[in-house]
Design a protein around this ligand. Structure first.
Ligand SMILES: *Cc1c(COP(=O)(O)O)cnc(C)c1O
Length: 374
C-alpha cells in the first residue's frame, strides 16, 4: 500500500500528461510558456480570487507574501506551533520574529484564544510590532477564519493563509486559499494538488500586492527582468509543471476531491469508538492532505506503526516536534506559553494512508489492523 499513490494517478492521467509535456518540450519554452498564464487564470477562478501568481514552491510563496507587505526586523509574526517548518521559516528569512501559538486539540489548527492572548502579550511587552497572523490549513482542513478575521481586524493585523495542505478545502461555499489578505499554496508532489517537482502559488484580491509579488518573484523586475527596481528572488513555476498541473487540476476538480472525501468517510464509518478520528468542523470541507488519528499515548502509536508496517501499510508522524522545539528557532522566537496541545499531539498524532485512489478494501484492512492492535 502507498501512503499517497502518485503512481496510480500517473497511470490514469498518463495519456494527457505525456501529451502536454511533449508539446512543451517540442516548443522548448520551458520558462514563462503560455501554460503558466493559463494555469494562473484557472487557479484564480477555482479559488475565487482576482490574482494568482505561481512561484517556485510553497515556502517561497510565504516569503513573497511577507516581502510584499514589507515585513522585517522588529515585526512579530504569529505562527501555529504545530505545522511544517516552512510556516515559521518564512518570517525568519524576512528578518521578522515568529511568535509560536498553540493549536486547537481537535482541529489541529491555530487556537483563536491562544492567538489573542499571544497578541496581547506582545503588545504589552512592547519590544515587537505585531504585524501578521499566519494560519495553516493543517492536514487539509481550513482554519477557523471567522474567528481569525475578527482578531486580525480587532488588532489591525494582516492575515496570511498558508494553504499548502489546504487547496480544495472550503468553509460554506468559500474555497481555501481565499481566506487570507494573501493566501499561498504548495504543489509539492504529495500535497492535495501536486506537480512533478516543486511548485507553489500566491493568491490575492489586492492589485497592488499582486503586482509587487509578480516583480519580487522575478528578481524585482520593473519593465522586464533586466530592469531591476527592487531586490527580489528567482522563484517561478516552470512551463512543464504548469502543463502537468492543468491536467491535474482538471482531475482534482472533476474526481479527486470528491473521492478523497469518500475515502475519509469510509475510515470514519469503519472505525469504532475507541479510535479518535479527525474532527471536521460544521460547514467545513477538508481536502484531506492527511488523515490523522490521535492515539492514546506514544507507546500505543509506536505499537500501531509497527503492526501496520509489518503488513506493508505505511504511516507517518506529523509532527514529532512543535516549531518551538526545533533547533533552528532556538533563542530566535518568542515563547508565550507552554504549548500544551502541541505537546499532547506530537506524541499521539498518527497519519494513515489517504488518497483518491485508495480502495475500500484497503481502508478496511488498515482499520482492522488498527483495531486488532489497540
Ligand atoms: C509543504 C508545506 C509548506 C511548504 O511547501 P513547499 O512547496 O515544500 O516549499 C508550507 N507550509 C505547510 C503547512 C506545508 O505543509
Amino acid at each position: 500500500m502507498e501512503f499517497r499513490d502518485l503512481k496510480i494517478q500517473y497511470q490514469i492521467l498518463k495519456h494527457d500528461i505525456d501529451f502536454v509535456m511533449e508539446k512543451v518540450m517540442s516548443r522548448a519554452d520551458f520558462i514563462s510558456g503560455k501554460e503558466v498564464k493559463l494555469l494562473e487564470g484557472q487557479l484564480a477562478e477555482y479559488v475565487g480570487v482576482k490574482h494568482c501568481i505561481t512561484c517556485g514552491n510553497g515556502t517561497d510563496a510565504l516569503s513573497l507574501a511577507l516581502m510584499a507587505w514589507g515585513i522585517g526586523e522588529g515585526d512579530a509574526v504569529f505562527v501555529p506551533d504545530f505545522t511544517f517548518f516552512s510556516t515559521g521559516e518564512a518570517p525568519m528569512v524576512c528578518g521578522a520574529t515568529p511568535v509560536f501559538v498553540d493549536v486547537d486539540k481537535t482541529t489541529f489548527n491555530i487556537s483563536a484564544q491562544a492567538l489573542e492572548q499571544a497578541i496581547q502579550w506582545i503588545k504589552k511587552e512592547g519590544a515587537l510590532r505585531p504585524k501578521v497572523i499566519i494560519a495553516v490549513d493543517l492536514f487539509g482542513q481550513p482554519a477557523d477564519y471567522d474567528a481569525l478575521r475578527e482578531i486580525a481586524e480587532k488588532y489591525g493585523l494582516l492575515l496570511l493563509e498558508d494553504g499548502a495542505q489546504g487547496f480544495g478545502g472550503s468553509i460554506r461555499k468559500q474555497k481555501a486559499c481565499s481566506f487570507g489578505d494573501i493566501s499561498t499554496t504548495s504543489f509539492f508532489p504529495s500535497k492535495p494538488l501536486g506537480c512533478y517537482g516543486d511548485g507553489g502559488a500566491v493568491f490575492t484580491d489586492n492589485d497592488e500586492w499582486a503586482e509587487l509579488i509578480r516583480s519580487l518573484c522575478v528578481h524585482g523586475k520593473g519593465k522586464d527582468k533586466y530592469d531591476n527596481i527592487r531586490i527580489g528572488m528567482n522563484s517561478r513555476l516552470d512551463t512543464l509543471q504548469a502543463a502537468i498541473l492543468q491536467v491535474k487540476l482538471w482531475q482534482f476538480n472533476s474526481y479527486e476531491l470528491q473521492q478523497v472525501n469518500a475515502v475519509a468517510r469510509w475510515y470514519g464509518e469503519l472505525f469504532d469508538h475507541r479510535v479518535i478520528i479527525p474532527h471536521i468542523e460544521e460547514d467545513v470541507t477538508s481536502s484531506w492532505a492527511q488523515y490523522t488519528i490521535v492515539c492514546e499515548d506514544k507507546a500505543q502509536r509506536e505499537r500501531l506503526q509497527k503492526a501496520l508496517k509489518a503488513e506493508g501499510v505505511p504511516t507517518m508522524v506529523y509532527y514529532a516536534k512543535g516549531l518551538h522545539e526545533q533547533k533552528a528557532f532556538a533563542n530566535k522566537y518568542v515563547s508565550v506559553e507552554k504549548y500544551d496541545n502541541t505537546q499532547y499531539l506530537k506524541d499521539r498524532a498518527l497519519s494513515l494512508p489517504i488518497h483518491p485512489y485508495l480502495r475500500k478494501e484497503q481502508v478496511k484492512q488498515v482499520v482492522e489492523l488498527i483495531q486488532e492492535t489497540i
